[in-house]
Design a protein around this ligand. Sequence first.
Ligand SMILES: C[S@@+](CC[C@H](N)C(=O)[O-])C[C@H]1O[C@@H](n2cnc3c(N)ncnc32)[C@H](O)[C@@H]1O
Length: 271
Amino acid sequence: MHNAMQDAWASGVPYEAFVGRWSRAVAREFLAWLDLPAGQTWGDVGCGTGALAAGVLAAAEPRAVFAIDRSRGFLTVAQAAIGDRRVRFAVADATALPWRSRLCAAVISGLMLNFVPDAIAALREMARVCQPGGRVAAYVWDYRGGMQMLRRFWDAAIEIAPAAAALDEGARFPLCRPEPLVAAFAQAGLTSVAVRAIVIPTRFRSFDDLWQPFLGKQGPAPTYLASLGPEAQERIRASLQSRLPRAPDGSIALTAQAWAVQGTVSYRQRP
Ligand SMILES: C[S@@+](CC[C@H](N)C(=O)[O-])C[C@H]1O[C@@H](n2cnc3c(N)ncnc32)[C@H](O)[C@@H]1O
């Protein structure tokens, strides 16, 4: 079930503390995997606060990066953080990109594809604005298992309120597994499709460092939490805390797994 009410993306600052910081770490490995030469034009679809666009600037020496997102609030944070004239931001939807056909050598997306109701339409748009022989690629969290911070949150929430199972991103987003991702890329006409896991360490200084960002109302889990009264929030907090491994200094070492997928734009793709 797709429940857009739960997918609030408005305020970039709390998002950064929630998962933006971890997306930046995934982006580094993702870009190394793509291994594109310098001097290319990139598209970043659903750029949010700019985690992936910043990664492209740091790692790929791009000629230009075109970046869109539906959220003005996120774009404001991205623009303030990335003061580089090679990056051009715009408000747009992933299924109607404001770029000419074949503009980019690579069109990429971090942690967005599962939030678009028609992911195939978004992938076709990404392929349209990519040159033949160019790369379309994305990563999404492994919500069912390897994204431990979110997995443990939903396990705690479902224990306290079983109805939360319907909002659990592991259940809502069947796309976020290797086989459905490969199938979606193939259905969008991409060839030589490859998928891999990217696992990053997510180390929290304290339980508060992990919990406070859940109170920031950005994305499905924090939005769900904000819909509850203080007593239910406190029960979820206590249940989550009891599920986490704590080092003697109070820090919490988890890992986050994303699925990364890439495909090549066919020379037969219609412009
Ligand atoms: C989890 S955030 C990921 C942001 C960023 N790419 C990152 O890796 O940190 C999801 C982003 O997708 C954007 N988004 C969701 N649906 C969209 C759509 N249909 N078109 C454009 N952006 C969309 C949201 O506004 C949000 O910024």
